[in-house]
Write a protein that binds this ligand. Structure first.
Ligand SMILES: [Zn+2]
Length: 93
């Protein structure tokens, strides 16, 4: 897992290679999650699996520890979106 710093906001991030073969910037701080199909949240496990999950769960509820995509939490994410290649830009505007 490669550690780095976000160019947008300066937060510490880690790069996790997903099972799809894509490196994804995630918050460096791992969080507890509860995997649940259809849940609104997304988590990247240390193995690179991307799961739907509930976040903000207690230790007794959690099914594992993973990393949140930094695009979700970065205050500068808008900027990335504008600049970045519109590969999976399903949302306009
Ligand atoms: Zn950032």
């Amino acid at each position: 897992m490669k550690k780095s710093t976000c160019r947008g906001c300066g937060a510490p991030i880690v790069w996790i290679k997903t099972t799809a073969g894509k490196s994804m910037p995630c918050d460096a701080e791992p969080v507890l999650y509860k995997a649940r199909e259809g849940a609104a949240g997304k988590i990247v496990t240390p193995n690179g699996e991307v799961l739907s999950c509930d976040l903000d769960v207690g230790p007794d509820e959690a099914t594992g520890i993973g990393y949140i995509s930094h695009f979700v939490t970065c205050p500068q994410a808008e900027q990335f979106r504008r600049k970045g290649a519109p590969k999976d830009g399903s949302h306009g505007n």
